[in-house]
Design a protein around this ligand. Structure first.
Ligand code: SAM
Length: 235
């Protein structure tokens, strides 16, 4: 899968791309990530401005339509692979696990990151991206939001995780769409806190049953909105 990130701060991704699962996925050619500097499409003056004051007044600056549309169109045309277009904005549809699973089926994603007060509305009207938010709060820029999306999508690509079962068992994932059950590792006892007997007894049927019950209970306690309507009424 190929990601194209359009940003005013390409270097922000340096550390992120060089560590952990992502760097391994890049090395193993399971994903390609390309960064594009929006400023490369700005007028060729000393400061290469891409922003200007909003018409009608108000605080802050807006990213201008011309360099942005020129940039995303050039990025899109650089390879024949058809791309899904995503613009990061707090005003967008809320990103979740189902959306991550949907994105993971696409061969290519373009992620357009905003800064300042965001983009001139005509970027959206002309380019017609999907507007996506990572939550009901305001970040300084779309780069962290793009990392959130890449992180959630990349782990769904076959071969990226050591064990694909994680993508079924993980919270919100397609196993049951609930929160994951509690997990333990060695030692069996620490400061009087012990591992539940069922997990060390070797009865795989009993372990599966316990985990399913715990997953439902934890979801009921913390996120009852995730339970099917009928479960919600009869905990
Ligand atoms: N004035 C904008 C508004 O109220 O909708 C917020 C602009 S924000 C300071 C700058 C950029 O950060 C946005 O253009 C967007 O790309 C990114 N951003 C901020 N919060 C975000 C969120 N919750 N999800 C996705 N992107 C976000």
């Amino acid at each position: 899968m190929r990601f194209d990130i359009v940003t005013l701060f390409p270097a922000l991704f340096d550390g992120y791309l060089s560590q952990g699962l992502l760097s391994k996925a890049l090395k193993n050619e399971l994903v390609e990530i390309h960064r594009h500097d929006l400023r490369d499409h700005a007028p060729e003056t000393t400061h290469r401005p891409v922003d200007d004051k909003p018409f009608g007044g108000g605080p802050g600056m807006l990213i201008q339509v011309e360099p942005t549309v020129n940039c995303v169109e050039a990025v899109e045309a650089a390879v024949p692979e058809k791309a899904r277009r995503v613009l990061l904005t707090p005003q967008g549809k809320r990103f979740d696990q189902r959306m991550a699973e949907d994105f993971a089926n696409d061969p290519r994603l373009i992620l357009l990151c905003g800064r300042y007060e965001g983009f001139d509305q005509r970027v959206i009207d002309i380019w017609e991206p999907e507007e996506i938010s990572v939550g009901d709060f305001v970040l300084n820029g779309g780069e962290v939001a793009a990392m959130v999306i890449i992180d959630a999508v990349v782990r769904l690509i076959p071969g990226v995780l050591g064990d694909q079962q994680s993508n079924i068992d993980d919270s919100f994932s397609r196993g049951n769409r609930l929160l994951e059950f509690p997990q333990y590792t060695r030692p069996r006892e620490f400061r009087g806190h012990t591992v539940p007997d069922v997990l060390t007894g070797g009865d795989h049927g009993a372990i599966a049953k316990w985990r399913a019950e715990q997953s439902r209970l934890r979801t009921q306690q913390r996120r009852s909105d995730l339970l099917p309507e009928s479960d919600n009424q009869n905990p």
